[in-house]
Design a protein around this ligand. Structure first.
Ligand code: F6P
Length: 320
């Protein structure tokens, strides 16, 4: 294989640039021509495609966001848009596409593969909701951003003896919440994987005050079925405690990627292109148990989510 494309798609994630860089430079090392496709699948449809050489990705490894831009393409979801994307890949004589993105983007990649455009899927999302890899690109940075916010909030929460709810992203996955919550010493961590019981939350908050805690941090993951506003008002109403809410939002999606994210991104980007050079396609590349792995993309997207019971139990024990 001599001519490949690379794109980033869906929500951006810190480390996407490190991954694009690894794809471009590994391609160059293996004598390939690598083309950057801008704006995700939208750019593929429109032909926003240009050759990328090793110098084009200089000074990008430390940058958050994605130099290729990204989109959640509605047009790609239409039969006409999808067909245009397939035709454009053929017009540019791209023998394979490296797609860096989350669940929806990799599902799109799988559809392209079925339509005759070979692909490689790389896990680019802060959510850590892809089961074929222990960690996704961007997750570690997002957790550290959330952790830094928790530490700041903890100071003021302690001074004012308040209860503070910190709302974090993650879509249907509670990983950002549980990792940032445990490492930030949160009193309560609410994740979509565990049903939320308001009575129990209020009971635990009152008990922790009785045990001598004068403030509490509650981390709420995005996918939890009770909103942070409702939590805030219900806890205040039922316990009489003063409650404040901080929604971290897009702050978690930006920032310079951590070493862990840069390394993960570099390893999976490199491996994807090495496999393409050997004419192997249709894989999802991740890292499991410290090793780079390549799973069949279709099977990878069907894998059940990793269990979080151990971390949930750990959080409960340490929050006493
Ligand atoms: O998938 C990453 C993510 O940040 C999720 O945590 C969140 O649900 C979603 O993207 C927000 O997406 P958008 O950028 O389209 O608002």
């Amino acid at each position: 294989m001599k001519r490949i494309g690379v794109l980033t798609s869906g929500g951006d994630a810190p480390g996407m640039n490190a991954c694009v860089r690894a794809v471009v430079r590994t391609g160059a090392a293996l004598g390939m021509e690598v083309f950057g496709i801008e704006h995700g699948f939208d750019g593929l449809i429109r032909g926003d495609i240009a050759r990328l050489g090793p110098r084009d990705v200089s000074d990008t490894i430390q940058r958050g966001g994605t130099i290729l831009k990204t989109a959640r393409s509605k047009e790609f979801r239409t039969p006409e848009g999808f067909q245009r994307a397939v035709s454009m890949a053929h017009n540019f004589k791209l023998e394979a596409l490296v797609v860096i993105g989350g669940n929806g983007s990799l599902q799109g990649a799988l559809e392209l593969q079925a339509a005759g455009v070979p692909v490689m899927g790389l896990p680019g999302t802060i959510d850590n909701d892809l089961a074929f890899t222990d960690f996704t690109i961007g997750f570690d940075t997002a957790v550290n951003t959330a952790l830094s916010a928790i530490s700041n909030v903890r100071d003021t929460s302690n001074s004012h003896e308040r209860t503070t709810i910190i709302d974090v992203m993650g879509r249907e996955c509670g990983d950002i919440a549980i990792y940032a919550g445990i490492t930030g010493g949160a009193e309560l961590i609410l994740v979509p994987e565990v049903p939320v019981d308001l009575d129990d939350i209020c009971r635990q908050l009152i008990e922790s005050r009785r045990r001598g805690k004068s403030s509490s941090i509650i981390i709420r993951a995005e996918g939890v079925d009770i909103s942070s506003q409702e939590l805030d008002s219900e806890i205040a109403r039922r316990t009489g405690l003063e409650v404040k809410t901080v929604v971290l939002g897009y702050v978690q999606r930006g920032g310079s990627p951590t070493a862990a994210d840069r390394l993960l991104a570099s390893r999976v980007g490199n491996h994807a292109v090495a496999l393409l050079a050997a004419d192997i396609t249709g894989k999802a590349i991740g890292v499991q148990g410290g090793q780079v792995v390549a799973h069949d993309l279709a099977a990878a997207l069907q894998m059940p989510h990793k269990p979080m019971d151990e971390l949930v139990a750990l959080a409960q024990t340490l929050s006493m």
